[in-house]
Design a protein around this ligand. Structure first.
Ligand SMILES: [Zn+2]
Length: 300
């Protein structure tokens, strides 16, 4: 399923306008798609959600923007009466953790990489939104954190989680449902456009490429891959995404080494061959170049 262009505009509007505008979007809808007998994809204005339903409990990967929480609870209730026992956050961004306060307050155990808790519990500045993000209330914070990897063994399914080194942020995880053979990559994968690499949250271009390499190494040809935003795809599409980022990285790196300014690098159009396929989502070609330029120009 491709995201309709209207929804892309909503996402852009949310990301650009910030959390205060979210409450003014009451017409936004969630859609539920069955991927396997017990695994569902829930899509809407925020990040993609995986919902796994078992004999005793429901398991969520990410929980949308906060104003969608009532609708999300209805969407979950439409497929299971079981309580949400775990919420796993792929990273700290508000469009993936917006339901945390409600689910955590109702007793769900929120689990995430340790940097997700660090960022959610302290004031943050988002360069993309040009906005300070206040600390989240206690019930919204992960109560179990980890550094490298962990596994859930729940209702007959094994769910493996790996932290990938600073990619989209410094707290990203990818989540693999072994029996269902479904991989949720959070925002380390955008299947519809250029990646958003959040340098202000510790993301890096090199880490972003490594995250894709890690996912490619473990995914099989039949693995279904859920991106943070965009339609479910497979390994082939992820490989194209990874190769596109590598090509742009290589071109920008060469121009940076030649001492070119950002304006000169943008004028050289290092993304040109990819713009038709990847440039229409919310990260536009000039922004993609700026992010890669800024990251590669850092003194490390
Ligand atoms: Zn994100």
């Amino acid at each position: 399923m491709q995201i309709p262009s209207g929804r892309i505009l909503v996402v852009v509007g949310l990301l650009c306008a910030g959390a205060s505008a979210q409450a003014q979007q009451p017409e936004q809808k969630l859609e539920t798609q069955k991927l396997t007998d017990d695994l569902y994809l829930i899509t809407g204005p925020g990040g993609n959600i995986a919902l796994r339903v078992g004999k005793t409990a429901a398991f969520l990967v990410d929980d949308q923007i906060a104003p969608m929480t009532p609708q999300l609870k209805k969407a979950i209730a439409a497929v299971t009466a079981k309580p949400v026992r775990f919420v796993f956050n792929t990273h700290w961004h508000f469009d993936h953790t917006g339901g945390n306060a409600v689910f955590g307050g109702e007793g769900a155990v929120i689990v995430a990489h340790e940097n997700v808790r660090k960022r959610l519990s302290t004031e943050q500045f988002s360069k993309m939104l040009n906005k300070k993000m206040p600390p989240s209330p206690e019930p919204a914070l992960p109560v179990i954190t980890f550094a490298d990897s962990l596994s859930f063994h729940l209702d007959g399914e094994d769910i493996d989680v790996w932290h990938v080194q600073p990619a989209h942020t410094d707290g990203d995880s990818i989540v693999y449902f072994r029996k269902d053979n479904v991989l949720h990559m959070g925002d380390t994968y955008f299947s519809s456009g250029y990646p958003f690499i959040d340098l202000s949250s510790g993301g890096t271009v090199e880490g972003y490429i490594r995250a894709a390499d890690r996912a490619l190494a473990m995914a099989q040809p039949t693995t279904r891959i859920i991106p943070g935003h965009g339609a479910v795809t497979d390994r082939n599409k992820l490989k194209q995404f990874r190769d596109m980022i590598v090509a742009i990285r290589d071109r920008v790196k060469k121009l940076v080494a030649e001492g070119k300014t950002l304006e000169q690098v943008q004028a050289a159009k290092p993304t040109a061959e990819f713009d038709a396929a990847w440039g229409a989502f919310f990260i536009k070609p000039a922004q993609m170049v700026e992010t890669v330029f800024e990251d590669l120009s850092k003194k490390r």
